[in-house]
Structure formats: structure tokens, C-alpha cells
Design a protein around this ligand. Structure first.
Ligand SMILES: [Zn+2]
Length: 133
């Protein structure tokens, strides 16, 4: 994988995710009481059903926001790995991740084998490599 291409892909991905995040954030962050939106019309007189729907929507948005943040962090890590010249190698076994995979997911940190393993285990924050052998 050409690093210039990788950077371009990562920048594109970051722009896309940042845009998605900017759309979501105002929905997720609650207006503080007496904020500009609630100065005249108080939010107290909402119907309970509407409120429940809103809560549900907000939780859904929040989980999307969290996964977007996670992806953005992956992208930042990928940029750091470009600087380290370790970009494109699996963080577990060090084998090349493969161009096809990197094009599909520029922030990929693991080769396909280890990605599958990580997804199967669903370990949050997979640690890089085993300490001590
Ligand atoms: Zn691997």
C-alpha cells in the first residue's frame, strides 16, 4: 500500500466520519435547562410518549456517536502508524494486512485472521501483542 494513498483514504474517511459526527452531536448533547432553545417553550409539557421516543432516539444516536468516535480514534492511530512506518501491518502478528482490506477499511489494524478472532471474542480494546512469550 502506497502511504500517500493510505493517507488520502484515511483523510477521506476522517472527513466522512467527522461530518456524520457533527450531524449527530447536537441531537445527543442535551440542551442545558434555560438554553436558547428552551427559553420560551419549556420542554416540560412534552407528552410522555414523545419523550420516550426521543429518549430511544437519543440512545440510538449516542451509540452511533460512540462507534463513530471509536472509528475516528482508529483513524488517528492509523495516522500515527503511518508516521511509525508500521501502517499496513497486523498489530498482533506483524503480517501485511493487504491492500484490498486497507482500501475497504483504511484504519484496519489487524490482518483478516486476527480481525476475525477479535470479532469472535468481542474483546474491548484488543491489546497489541502478548506481553512476554
Ligand atoms: Zn495478524
Amino acid at each position: 500500500m502506497d502511504l500517500e494513498e493510505a493517507k488520502k483514504n484515511l483523510e477521506e474517511e476522517r472527513r466522512r466520519l467527522s461530518g456524520a459526527r457533527a450531524d449527530l452531536e447536537p441531537e445527543v448533547e442535551q440542551e442545558p435547562a434555560g438554553g436558547e432553545a428552551g427559553s420560551e417553550l419549556s420542554s416540560v409539557d412534552q407528552h410522555p410518549a414523545e419523550q420516550a421516543t426521543e429518549t430511544f432516539e437519543r440512545e440510538k444516536d449516542l451509540s452511533i456517536l460512540e462507534s463513530t468516535d471509536e472509528q475516528l480514534r482508529d483513524i488517528e492511530r492509523a495516522f500515527a502508524r503511518i508516521e511509525d512506518e508500521t501502517y499496513g501491518s497486523c498489530e498482533v502478528c506483524g503480517r501485511p494486512i493487504g491492500d484490498e482490506r486497507l482500501r475497504a477499511k483504511p484504519s484496519a489494524r489487524l490482518c483478516i485472521d486476527h480481525q476475525r478472532e477479535a470479532e469472535r471474542d468481542l474483546r474491548p480494546g484488543l491489546s497489541a501483542g502478548n506481553p512476554g512469550s
